[in-house]
Design a protein around this ligand. Structure first.
Ligand code: SF4
Length: 336
């Protein structure tokens, strides 16, 4: 079976090797202590860690490096509640990967803190309101607001780079005040975005490919707690292989992934156009959040960001595609 290449119209996919992936989401658990209304993974306290043993994840991390992946995000569920997260973080760092842990910041143990403090690791989280009741209406968990706020302070005190986003989930939610509060706390920039209609956030509706950003599977992919590989964490109904049965290289370069990307290119042709130098437009480095409308080049200096001089504090001009700065002077003093 042949597919039309999403990057070079008219060429067959099999004629062009896909670009090396840069980023991978490792969804290491479907267990979470919260039950957020918008959760694309439908995680809850009833979730499990799936059937990926720690040895499986270690093997996957080795394969990521061999594939050329540079950045990985541990996500879930709540990844800090996976008993072997510190081991996985250390293995990823030893493999040369940059690590981000996407957490709800409500339950971090000392051994996880130790791993989070290692160079090359940062934390990310979502926030909903400056009002505890409002925030907990989204998380469906009493006390979550105070715990997240306390953990933000703990992370700052420990010098851990932090990235925050605010997600609009409910009518009347104080999302603007939430953003303002985070800016006051010291975050350099905070993005406010809408929820994505996947998982519990879909409220019973079938997943719609139009709710994806369109660049899923292009230089990125996600791996589930069961070893399934998806083009991204949102496109969970589009499995393209399983790491229990095949190597990541075979899956990423395989026909199922190409078919998935080709189907996305049909729906999002503007995201798969050619650059003026006749090479594929360089896609953003993925850091799609559960609610973000586009991929956001946050993890590396991205081609569509307006990168500026380093080493001095200044007003940053954001490109239309640029989103979040980190609470980390070492990062926020640069525009990349
Ligand atoms: S959105 Fe995150 S914190 Fe909320 S239930 Fe899902 S995994 Fe847990």
């Amino acid at each position: 079976m042949q597919f039309v290449c999403p990057f070079q119209r008219g060429a067959h996919v099999s004629a062009l090797p896909p670009l090396s992936p840069l980023f991978a989401w490792l969804e290491i658990t479907e267990f979470c202590n919260l039950r957020c209304r918008h959760c694309y993974a439908s995680s809850s306290p009833k979730g499990t860690h799936g059937d990926m043993a720690t040895a499986d994840w270690l093997r996957v991390i080795d394969q990521l490096r061999q594939l050329g992946v540079r950045h990985t995000q541990f996500i879930g569920g709540e990844p800090t509640l996976h008993p072997d997260l510190p081991t996985l973080i250390r293995h990823a760092l030893a493999a040369g990967l940059k690590v981000e842990v996407f957490s709800n910041l409500t339950h971090i143990s000392e051994n996880v803190w130790q791993a989070l403090q290692l160079p090359g690791v940062r934390l990310a989280f979502s926030y909903y309101s400056d009002d505890p009741e409002d925030h907990e209406d989204v998380t469906d968990t009493v006390g979550s607001h105070a715990r997240t706020r306390a953990t933000i302070e703990e992370a700052k005190a420990r010098g851990i780079p932090l990235r925050a986003s605010v997600i609009k989930v409910l009518d009347g939610q104080r999302h603007d005040q939430a953003r303002e509060e985070l800016l006051q706390v010291g975050f350099y920039d905070v993005r406010v975005d809408r929820l994505r209609q996947f998982g519990r956030g879909a409220d019973g509706r079938a997943p719609d490919i139009k709710n994806l950003c369109g660049q899923c599977g292009v230089r990125k992919f996600a791996i589930s707690p069961w070893g399934d590989v998806w083009p991204c964490v949102f496109s969970r109904w589009m499995p393209v292989g399983n790491v229990h049965h095949n190597s990541l290289t075979d899956i990423y370069r395989g026909e199922q992934m190409r078919a998935a990307v080709a189907s996305l290119a049909e729906v999002f042709p503007e995201k798969h156009s050619m650059g003026k130098d006749k090479k594929p437009d360089v896609v953003c480095t993925p850091d799609c959040q559960p609610s973000f409308n586009t991929c956001s080049p946050q993890l590396v200096c991205a081609p569509d960001a307006e990168c500026g001089p380093t080493g001095q504090k200044k007003s940053v001009v954001l490109s239309p595609h640029r989103s979040v700065r980190y609470y980390d002077p070492g990062v926020s003093n640069t525009d990349c």
